[in-house]
Design a protein around this ligand. Structure first.
Ligand code: ZN
Length: 469
């Protein structure tokens, strides 16, 4: 801290001492963007296909990058996660006036089928204006952007009220053990964390046009069920009432025809309100979306809205019948028939009440229910926060008038693992990736991120973190 008045003046009591924070240094964003592209290219060349993961090499690489700017990072959990695996943790210190913000990414990537790629997926190729490689979008690209935003904050000397925590996790793509071990063993490192940002955001760009900035505030919970009916095995040539298969088929038929209640959560109501103006050509539909709860009481509106598979899935608990098994021989009545049902709950649902509802719908005490995995903690983060407002501000500076909205994720991420500690978590996408690129590349082939997006992302996240102080 610099004191403007000299000590002599202070001693004379002529004027008050005025303390002023150091002035932030101007950053050369072109050179930071070029550095980010170089670093991302080198990062993508480290093969962390999971299995086996090999995240330790990625953690060491990021640790070295942070060390160049004097930020010390710790490699953690190597014994717990197994050979070649690790989590990474670093922290940029503030004056501690407010609680911390954590930037979380995963170090592993999903496997590739190299023959379908135009480049070697682990070469880190930079060409035609893109950085190519497995992980460019999911999510080494975002992880590297988080790291560079942290480094940029350090270099700029911007005064910080909130520590910025950086966490790289192993094994997000397979077992989620990296985040689980981290939360279990290092809850102390997260104690002062108020906000967390990771994947699960979606800035929708369709044919070069930005539809919205999407911040992930909520995700559905998996509540997978195994449904079993027991019977008495016998020969298929003599039908009996003790065949479990017809029992199960009846039960599944009732489930398949059951329409779960429609229910509007606050984030979903906001999402529909935000996208309504895009239906400017269709006055009636725009009015429906602007007030979704009212629209759902109208049969024509309800039919139009639930016909969209994504909208339908964010407005209700869903039931998909998926796995079936009974006899493995045509002439054998089996001892048991089972089905697995993929049930996804809205975040505010009570699992015991849902289970009771399913039992009532099926209405057969011979049907046994078993929850396949314990459901994760519910994830629905508040919107009225400093960090959400910071994202809105930074987004609108870039795209004046842009919507910053809250699409619910129908799939599952590591976020509930952190949310269980009481941390407000957001899915944040630092890029404006065209829908077609994301569709093809994420878990697919020719995954790539544009060079322009890498520079955009670092500065976007830097501003978000600055505005959230
Ligand atoms: Zn991912």
């Amino acid at each position: 801290m610099r004191i403007l008045r000299s000590c002599a003046v202070l001693l004379l009591g002529a004027a008050p001492v005025v303390a002023q924070a150091p002035r932030p240094r101007a950053l050369n964003w072109d050179s930071i963007a070029a550095e980010a592209v170089r670093n991302l290219s080198a990062y993508l060349a480290i093969n962390t296909t999971n299995p086996p993961g090999n995240e330790l090499a990625a953690a060491r690489f990021l640790q070295q990058l942070l060390a160049r700017d004097g930020i010390e990072a710790q490699i953690l959990d190597t014994a717990e996660l197994g050979a070649g695996r690790a989590n990474l943790y670093a922290r940029l210190r503030s004056n501690g006036a407010k609680k911390a913000i954590a930037l979380v990414n995963h170090l592993d990537v999903v496997p590739v089928t190299p023959q379908f790629w135009s480049v070697d997926p682990f070469s880190g190729a930079v060409r035609d204006g893109y950085v190519w490689g497995r992980g460019a979008l999911d999510m080494k690209g975002e992880g590297l952007v988080q790291l560079m935003a942290l480094v940029a904050l350090k270099r700029s000397g911007v005064p910080l009220d909130r520590d910025i925590v950086f966490i790289g996790n192993a094994d997000e793509e397979l077992g989620g053990t990296g985040a689980e071990v981290f939360v279990r063993r290092h809850a102390d490192l997260l104690r002062d964390v108020e906000f967390l940002m990771t994947e699960g955001g979606d800035n929708l760009v369709d044919d070069g046009r930005l539809a919205y900035y999407g911040v992930g505030v909520a995700e559905k919970r998996t509540f997978w069920q195994r449904v079993t009916v027991h019977g008495t095995p016998s020969h298929g040539s003599r039908p009996t009432k003790l065949n479990p298969v017809p029992h199960l088929v009846d039960a599944l038929s009732r489930l398949a025809h059951y329409e779960t209640p429609l229910h509007v959560t606050p984030g979903v109501a906001k999402y529909f309100r935000d996208i309504a103006p895009q239906y400017a050509h269709a006055g009636q539909e725009r009015a429906w979306l602007a007030d979704i709860a009212t629209a759902l009481t109208d049969s024509a509106a309800r039919a139009w809205i639930t016909d969209n598979v994504y909208w339908n899935a964010i407005l209700r608990n869903t039931i998909s019948l998926t796995v079936l098994s009974a006899s493995n021989k045509t002439n054998v009545i089996p001892a048991e028939a089972t089905a697995e049902v993929d049930i996804r709950l809205l975040p505010d649902q009570d699992t015991a009440a849902v289970r009771a509802e399913l039992v009532r719908v099926v209405g057969d005490t011979a049907v046994h229910w078993h929850t396949i995995y314990p459901p994760k903690a519910p994830l629905e983060s508040p919107i009225d926060t400093d960090l959400f407002r910071a994202i809105e501000r930074a987004a609108r500076e870039r795209d004046p008038g842009a919507q910053v909205t809250t699409p619910m994720l129908t799939g599952a991420t590591d976020r509930p693992t952190y949310r269980a500690l009481g941390i407000v978590t957001y899915g944040f996408d630092p890029f404006k990736t065209d829908k077609a690129d994301a569709q093809r590349g994420v878990h697919g082939n020719d995954e790539r991120v544009s060079v322009a997006n890498v520079g955009f992302g670092v500065r976007f996240l830097y501003d978000v973190l600055r505005y959230a102080q």
